[in-house]
Design a protein around this ligand. Sequence first.
Ligand SMILES: [Zn+2]
Length: 637
Amino acid sequence: MEINYRSLGLRVGLEIHQQLDTKSKLFCSCPAKLAPEDSRYHEVVRSLWLSKSELGELDPAAVYEIARGRKIVYRVPEGHACLVELDEEPPHDINREALLISLSIAKALNAKPVDEIYVMRKIVVDGSNTAGFQRTAIIALGGYVEDEEGVVGIQTIALEEDAARKVAEGLDYVVYNLDRLGIPLIEISTAPDIRTPEQALRVAYKIGLIMRLSGRVKRGIGTIRQDLNISIEKGERIEVKGVEKLELIPKVITYEVVRQLSLLSIRDELLKRGLKPSDVSESFVDVTEVMKSCGSKMVRTNIEKGLRVYALSLPGFKGILGKEVCPGRRFGTELSDYAKAWGGVGGIIHSDELPAYGISEQDLDAIYRHLSLSRDKDAFILVISDYEKAERAFKAIVERLRYAFVGVPRETRGANPDGTTRYLRPQPGAARMYPETDIRPIRVDSMLLKEVEGLVIPKPEDVYRTLIEEHGLSRDLASQLIRDPILHLYLDLVEELRGVTSPQIIATTIVVHMKSLKREGVDVDKVGYSELAKILSAVGRGELAKEAIPEAIRAVASGTSLEDFLKSFKAMSMEEIEKVVEDVITSNIEYIRAKGLDKSVSLVMGKVMSIVRGRADGALVSTIVKKKLQSLFAERE
Ligand SMILES: [Zn+2]
């Protein structure tokens, strides 16, 4: 489907969270890194309290969490969390290193530092913060990023503490590890100036690159998270949380636009059918007796376990629940999300997807008859659970269905790995920030700003130019590097191997070889910075042919030391290479005679190179192959 984003009035804002690479956490001296998997820890169990805001309103997000009534378990790993993370000791002064890094990033994003930094408490109700709030401080305002489709404003830049890390979860409990709680994060929020999915990707890349170029942010999975605010003119502003891969951003936006358009067309269809919100009744009935002998083993097993089957009638809704809202997700899936989240049930079964799951045509007829519904016009939803859960699930489903007459409900959604999204919770209310009284405000004085001046972040354009003009890289290689987090690895290696190994060899190794080996399934993550530096320096010193780099990486990844590899992998002598070339020619002599000189060169070259596997220089092999073939054809004439 071709979508005209501009005429739909698409507006997207990005919220990028990036962990800073500091020594310690934001408000205590615990290390700012995750605990090793085998760390010793003890556990603390807490439960959530509901309190009204100062305006006397209940926050919808808080009501949601309380309704779930889950037990919260905190894992406290030794040496990675202290009394501050447990909220049993007041926070210490804000980490100055984190302040300097975030102010220098703010400067690179053209933002203006605030005069005084106030730490605020942002209410968090899912238990991921022991205190029930996250500490956050706005450090700069009003920056911008330039983009070919127009300048995108940056509204705020904040320094905040990361939340605890969810490690396990069940219907009635959740376990968090406190190691991540308190790691400094920079949060960059753009204005909703982004107009197309591609622009969102470019802007996210650019902001990410500037942060990486600071050299002071953490790298790797989970160290950066992108949230998106997406709206279209006739729809609603939807928050999508937790997009971990940059490449997924355009897809998430496209699918969200499609979802909102689909929900609007469902609304139009309901109105066209003359239905009203009051036609959706809250009363549901027990149909266990009808389903007891149905064709579905899953249903029968659940009934034998003591669960009941409840049905909600939806007169006039035939076909609505089966409507696709984005690839692989139907309107029924949206309702199912609500039932799971609010009722704690495993999901729903709706009539538009039946017959399925072993429920047959006859079973379907029996349910329709029992509910006195028409198979041509009406729909129903089944929930298999105990009464209490079914009641909560249907209440949520009915509310959601009634909203279908209005359009797109305001929700916080979570990104799925395929770019679709799922319902997470209602959007929190506005009254969520309170001053943190335990921390004194920090004046951004000239001394602090002078220190920030000392941390200069190069501009991406400057780095790109350096890669081409000074390092002699091709435009293709340079633009691949500049878009990739490995840029830092590259720059570090170039610095260390200056005068030894050429930047082109370094770039080709990490952009081309490392990636293709990874695709092959080689565990290249085992080849760390120092191993790579050793391999590349051996090439620079002439101990290893550059053609042997992939072989060397492969060996080191599988646990061989580079020294052992070099011993067993001596460069071949001229005589040895000639022997291999002669053997290849002999065993392919018929092909070579049939195809002629020119066409044979690449075949012989390819076979020889796969045998010598980098133990010989490509240019030398090529000379020998040509010479041998020429003399072969000369003999014949
Ligand atoms: Zn601590």
